[in-house]
Design a protein. Structure first.
Length: 200
């Protein structure tokens, strides 16, 4: 009975991860397609995130106890983008999607091994290590996207008041370290199991 319940849960996890993987691929394709459509459509603009200092805006009549942050996030329309600007925008968007799809593929493989009742094996140790490195790569991809965004905004010759919108999240890196530690725990467990099986 417990085995069938566990099998159902593993099957459900596999199905959920597969659904998220499909959504991620569709989302990435849609975002890339939207970028290209914006660039070649009659409007011929690229929308990119940026920031602006509040003193550059005429903001009045805010309710009591409401404060304006040091920077305000805005969307900038880059008119008549050239191929280089379009390439920077596509690469800026593509990096995070690549990590998401790679992570979901690894999670799907992990869920598949559980569904086959083979969770503790060398293959899953390798998958966990890869997943850890994927998570560790997230801040690097963010930095690359920020660099590309800065280049795009500079090439658009925008006013000095407009800056790049960039936030560095270290949560992924911490999660990546945790997954790498878990991978080594799995590796140790696999070695112990092989030693036990070798002595039987």
């Amino acid at each position: 009975m417990a085995g069938s319940v566990s099998s159902r849960k593993a099957g459900a996890a596999y199905t959920i991860v597969t659904a998220f993987l499909i959504l991620a691929v569709v989302g990435a394709t849609a975002q890339m397609g939207t970028r290209i459509y914006q660039a070649v459509s009659p409007a011929n603009t690229l929308q990119v995130p940026a920031t602006i200092a509040p003193e550059e805006l005429d903001i009045r009549g805010l309710p009591e106890r409401v404060e304006i942050p040091q920077t305000i996030e805005v969307q900038v329309n880059v008119a008549d983008p050239n191929p280089g600007q379009l390439a920077m925008a596509l690469l800026m968007d593509l990096g995070p999607w690549v990590l998401v799809v790679a992570g979901l593929l690894l999670l799907r493989a992990l869920a598949g091994s559980i569904r086959k009742a083979e969770p503790f094996g060398a293959a899953n140790v390798s998958r966990l290590r890869k997943l850890g490195f994927v998570l560790l790569a997230y801040p690097l991809v963010q930095a690359m996207s920020s660099f590309l965004l800065g280049g795009l905004l500079d090439s658009a010759e925008l006013p000095q008041a407009v800056g790049r919108s960039a936030t560095l999240h270290l949560t992924g890196a911490v999660a990546g370290l945790g997954v790498l530690v878990l991978a080594e725990v799995f590796a140790h467990g696999v070695e112990l199991r092989e030693d036990v099986e070798g002595t039987v």
